[in-house]
Design a protein around this ligand. Structure first.
Ligand SMILES: Cc1cc2nc3c(=O)[nH]c(=O)nc-3n(C[C@H](O)[C@H](O)[C@H](O)COP(=O)(O)O)c2cc1C
Length: 183
């Protein structure tokens, strides 16, 4: 079965490091034959709160998606506002599609707090958050010039997360296609 799983970046910040983590995950996802695309808040943020046109792009992406991966930094122990804006712009398109959340930070916790907070948000969007996550800590020092990662241990962590996400992706896709959801 083929799947489409977009990767949503959490920030539009100039010089963001979390984009490197998202690109790293993108490569490992593609290596499994999964169709994906990076969804960049920079293309959306100026109008997302007020203009339905830009939000429609996100809705259209989620309409096609079978699951979602979010890669976000932690800002003041929470999620970036632009990320919440985007998440708030779609509804039914997201329902009953699983989500994996990865955190990034320059400190040692790898965005653990933002991952926990976002899980609560995703439940309200009816996107079951999976347990496995990847926490990119000290991420300013984690990347080589060419975008490759310095710590090879991350590959195993990402693949473990993808294993779990793809399991839920398959099960929930079958469920959406075959089972009526309780009213
Ligand atoms: C507004 C702001 C708030 C931050 N708050 C936190 C925080 O709460 N916890 C943390 O570990 N790092 C925090 N940092 C440091 C970030 O982990 C670091 O800047 C990281 O590179 C952010 O990811 P980005 O480069 O993708 O924006 C903060 C950075 C910014 C710009």
């Amino acid at each position: 079965m083929s799947y489409f799983i977009p990767i949503l970046l959490g920030t539009s910040r100039e010089g963001r490091f979390s984009e490197k983590a998202a690109t790293y995950i993108e490569k490992l996802l593609r290596a499994r034959g999964v169709e994906t695309q990076l969804v960049d808040p920079r293309a959306m943020e100026s109008e997302i709160s007020h203009e339905k046109i830009e939000a429609d792009d996100w809705c259209g992406t989620m309409e096609k998606a079978d699951a979602l991966i979010i890669v976000t930094p932690e800002y003041n122990h929470g999620y970036p506002g632009v990320l919440k804006d985007i998440l708030d712009s779609a509804e039914e398109e997201c329902f009953r599609k699983p989500v994996a959340i990865c955190g990034c930070s320059s400190g040692g916790l790898g965005g653990a707090r933002v991952v926990e907070q976002l899980r609560q948000v995703m439940i309200e969007l009816r996107m079951p958050p999976i347990r496995e996550a990847v926490y990119f800590s000290d991420h300013k020092n984690l990347w080589n010039e060419d975008g490759s990662i310095k710590d090879p241990g991350y590959e195993n962590r990402v693949n473990k997360m993808l294993d779990e996400l793809l399991w839920y992706t398959q099960i929930l896709k079958q469920g959406r296609e075959t089972l009526p959801f309780p009213a």
